[in-house]
Design a binder for this molecule. Structure first.
Ligand code: GLC
Length: 446
């Protein structure tokens, strides 16, 4: 018979078991694949370079380092950083509208100005600018409310810190001084520890090139981050201790070696806001760059540079909305896809569904007749226009019953279903994709 005391005991035992398993679950280390899955699925992220450099509209940090402006003049920009029209909710909404699944914001660039309430330095926007507020916390909250993953950019090097060896391109503070370097390391770890409080989904380091992994204590840094925030991921700029590659500005020509990568790119020619820089890429060009990345299994991290008052320049808003039109229409052919098939089978970009049973074709030119796929061994169950639904007719020609070489698969793409930027075709196969990769001689030569 179950007595009252027994009942209580059972409840207590159940509670302990449940509590322990939850607790245990939290502490279990995820594999690299598990940690990076959301990243591999995300495809589009928005980078934000915001800092005092937006006041004059000059190169972030590099302008004083390279001597285009004196250090004191650069720092005078602190007085103009008002953030008076800053609306983090609008930022997050706009970013989500672009179709991005994550966002990365500069918490501190090489100039050393922290945008959050850092206890380790008074060179921060709360103590030193008319903004007088932490601008990171409300953005992190707003981005999470929009369902975005949040990445924090942090420059390891700090050209303002009195104990950091490098100051200007032609002026160093010191060459070798263990005591000062240790002070700096303590400071760096202190700031990074503060950032872990945001529980970032991603740490985006920069500036690692100035010191070795040993000097940065990169290994210890990685251990600290994974201890404090076990689900997080880390970009490559940590002298070999990151998780994924970050090519910058140039779209890779061949598929990068790493399965995990992200191209970071400016919309015009600057990371931060610059009044003079009107050299924006068009929405069409950016969408084509995005599908180029997707077809090679990577992400695009596209940058915006808000003004010092916190408004986002109209050209950048227009671009984000323009990209959003396309991503919203083609969701199923973007998120969660994997790199496409090798070049040669189709004259354009492709991607595959995670289970490899749907082949996506991204058509970024007006076709001059039906599309062609070569070397596809599968049968096509159905082909349709993504975001439109129109079923397309397909036809295989030139298939010889006595040869292994697959026939030529032609797909009609009527003009009425074509998208003004990139048309996407989904091809449902009869199973996992199977490609003919042999030499392909139809008539044997011997
Ligand atoms: C470079 C620059 C920096 C910029 C970054 C973005 O490393 O130092 O100014 O923030 O690229 O990827």
């Amino acid at each position: 018979m179950v007595t009252k005391t027994n009942n209580k005991l059972i409840i207590v035992l159940l509670f302990c078991f449940f509590f322990n398993s939850v607790h245990y679950g939290q502490n279990q280390e995820l594999s690299k694949e598990e940690r990076l899955e959301w990243f591999q699925d995300a495809k589009l992220g928005i980078f934000i370079h915001w800092g005092i450099y937006a006041v004059n509209g000059i190169d972030e940090s590099w302008s004083f380092y390279n001597g285009y402006i004196t250090y004191p003049d650069y720092m005078e920009q602190l007085d103009g950083f008002t953030a008076k029209n800053y609306n983090p909710k609008d930022w997050a909404k706009l970013i989500a509208e672009s179709g991005a699944r994550y966002t990365v914001i500069t918490t501190k660039h090489h100039d050393g100005v922290a945008l959050w309430n850092s206890k380790h330095s008074d060179l921060n926007v709360i103590d030193k600018t008319p903004a007088k507020k932490d601008v990171i916390t409300p953005f992190v909250d707003a981005a999470r409310k929009e369902g975005l993953k949040v990445g924090l950019y942090y420059s390891l090097l700090d050209w303002s810190h009195p104990d950091y060896p490098n100051f200007l391109r032609n002026k160093k503070r010191y060459d070798q001084d263990d005591k000062r370097w240790n002070n700096f390391t303590k400071f760096n770890f202190g700031q990074i520890k503060e950032l872990t409080k945001y529980d970032p989904d991603l740490y985006w380091f920069d500036g690692d090139w100035e010191q070795s992994a040993e000097k940065w204590k990169a290994k210890e840094m990685r251990e600290l981050l994974l201890k404090e925030t076990p689900n997080t991921i880390i970009n490559s700029r940590l002298q070999g201790y990151g998780d994924y590659a970050t090519p910058e500005q140039g779209v890779p020509i061949t598929r990068p070696d790493s399965n995990y990568w992200e191209l970071c790119m400016t919309m015009n020619d600057s990371w931060g806001f610059q009044h003079n820089d009107k050299n924006y890429k068009s929405v069409n060009q950016l969408i084509r760059i995005l599908v180029d990345c997707i077809s090679m299994g990577g992400n695009l991290l596209l940058d915006i540079g808000p003004k010092a008052d916190g408004t986002i320049p109209q050209e950048q808003i227009d671009i984000l909305k323009g990209i959003g039109r396309w991503t919203n229409k083609h969701k199923s052919a973007i998120y969660g896809t994997r790199a496409g098939i090798p070049f040669g089978h189709f004259n354009g970009y492709t991607a595959l569904s995670k289970d490899k049973t749907i082949l996506y074709l991204y058509v970024d030119n007006k076709p001059n007749g039906p599309l062609l796929i070569k070397g596809l061994k599968n049968k096509v169950n159905r082909a349709w226009v993504v975001g439109n639904g129109t079923k397309l007719s397909t036809k295989v020609i030139s298939k010889l019953y006595w040869s292994d070489v697959p026939g030529l698969l032609y797909i009609d793409l009527p003009e009425v279903v074509q998208d003004k930027d990139v048309t996407v075709i989904a091809i449902q196969l009869d199973g996992e994709i199977d490609l003919y990769r042999e030499k392909g001689q139809v008539i044997e030569s011997n």
